[in-house]
Design a binder for this molecule. Structure first.
Ligand code: HEC
Ligand code: HEC
Length: 362
């Protein structure tokens, strides 16, 4: 007789089914876990991202603050001129110092074309280039003058005292005539400038004095790029034609000229590209400073190239640099003790000139 009963599942079969169910359960659990993880991920990720972003922002702010602090610290260490305590000085000396400061700040009123002492300069003020009466850090200030004069200067090939140096700027930067060494005006200039440097150790050049030394550009100056920057960032004050703008009184400039017959002449310090670029880098446009510069190195160099290729008064320079091997790399007039052209000395690239003298020094 046949057995009509279903066969009782064997132990193995039960095991197989049980395992299948178990596997299904695991799958379901995994699925649920995946859904939960996905939900968690969707919820947490934006929060995490926002947290990371806040973190990076905080780090960036901290870094900026640190940089600003470092810059402020560097600025605090720079030389800044001050008049100091008048009670330490005789009233006579103090009056002369004050007159000197006045002459530096408002030169045109005393020595300009309509000056009340004598009309012997082009109408610019010393302060146009020696900012804040020669006290501003990296503003072509007088910080290292009292401590280093009298000194040997290669331009004249001899030892110069301070009156000679002041007259250099009278004859070149102010395209004018020299002052008599014993005149009250010369004595006042000297009294003021020496007073400013009274605390500087003999022979020392304090950090921040004079003009900032920029790194040399690798390529020749781009005068066309300089003109573009000039029209964008300088022409509003110095005018598109570079002639500056006189105040209503017609005596003093509100914005001094950068070229043309009333500007500095070809023998002036600013006519050297490195002096011009270093001066404008941290001082122009007006309002810029060492802490808040508005030009890049490149812009400053190209501006120098553009401005110093515009017309300006000449000067007989035949007695300058009697030892031609002592000419600065950016002095634009030959003859030279090197094989480079006047054009390369003027516009660069300066690297090969520097390298030539470095090699031939040994
Ligand atoms: C057109 C710009 C300009 C004007 C205006 C000007 N100077 Fe200068 N002066 C310069 C430059 C540039 C230098 C050279 C700075 C350098 O070589 O680093 C200089 C250098 C000097 C120095 C020597 C500084 C040093 O550290 O060795 C003295 C002092 C000085 N000028 C006084 C005067 C006096 C005083 C007047 C006004 C009668 C005057 N300058 C007007 C641009 C000018
Ligand atoms: C907001 C007006 C203003 C702008 C813009 C300006 N300057 Fe000046 N600049 C002045 C004034 C004012 C002085 C004289 C500073 C003083 O007497 O205190 C001066 C002085 C100068 C001097 C020295 C004096 C001279 O006439 O030779 C040079 C060089 C100079 N500026 C170049 C520039 C260059 C390059 C730019 C453009 C990057 C520029 N300036 C933009 C106002 C300005």
């Amino acid at each position: 007789m046949m057995d009509t009963h279903k066969p009782t599942p064997s132990k193995d079969e039960i095991e197989i089914k049980f395992r299948a169910i178990k596997r299904a359960m695991v799958m379901i659990q995994l699925l649920i876990a995946a859904v939960i993880i996905f939900q968690l991920y969707m919820y947490c990720m934006p929060q995490w991202k926002a947290y990371r972003q806040r973190q990076t922002e905080r780090e960036a702010i901290a870094q900026r603050q640190q940089e600003e602090k470092a810059q402020q610290k560097a600025f605090d260490a720079l030389w800044k001129g001050s008049l100091g305590d008048s009670t330490l000085i005789s009233s006579q000396d103090w009056a002369l110092i004050q007159y000197g400061r006045e002459l530096v700040s408002n030169t045109a009123y005393y020595l300009g074309p309509r000056g009340k002492v004598m009309p012997i300069t082009n109408g610019m003020n010393c302060q146009n280039c020696h900012l804040e009466a020669g006290t501003r850090p990296w503003g072509n200030n007088y910080g290292a003058v009292a401590s280093t004069y009298p000194k040997y200067r290669a331009r004249s090939g001899g030892v110069e005292d301070l009156s000679k140096r002041v007259n250099d700027c009278m004859e070149r930067s102010l395209n004018g005539k020299a002052l008599d060494k014993d005149s009250k005006e010369m004595r006042a200039f000297i009294a003021y400038i020496e007073h400013l440097g009274r605390d500087v150790e003999k022979g020392k050049k304090p950090e921040g004095s004079g003009i900032y030394e920029l790194e040399l550009p690798a390529t020749a100056l781009d005068t066309a790029a300089g003109e573009t920057v000039y029209q964008a960032k300088c022409a509003s004050c110095h005018q598109a034609d570079g002639q500056g703008l006189k105040a209503e009184d017609g005596v003093v400039y509100t914005y001094p000229p950068l070229w043309g017959e009333h500007s500095y002449n070809q023998g002036a310090g600013l006519y050297r590209m490195s002096r011009f670029a270093g001066y404008v880098r941290y001082n122009m446009p007006q309002g810029a400073s060492f802490l808040y510069p508005q030009l890049t190195d490149e812009e400053a160099w190209n501006l120098a190239g553009f401005v110093n290729s515009q017309p300006r008064p000449g000067l007989d320079l035949s007695a300058d640099w009697p030892k031609i091997e002592e000419k600065p790399f950016d002095h634009p007039f030959g003859p030279y003790a090197d094989p480079f052209s006047e054009s390369q000395h003027k516009y660069g690239p300066y690297g090969p000139i520097k390298a030539f003298y470095k090699k031939n020094k040994k």
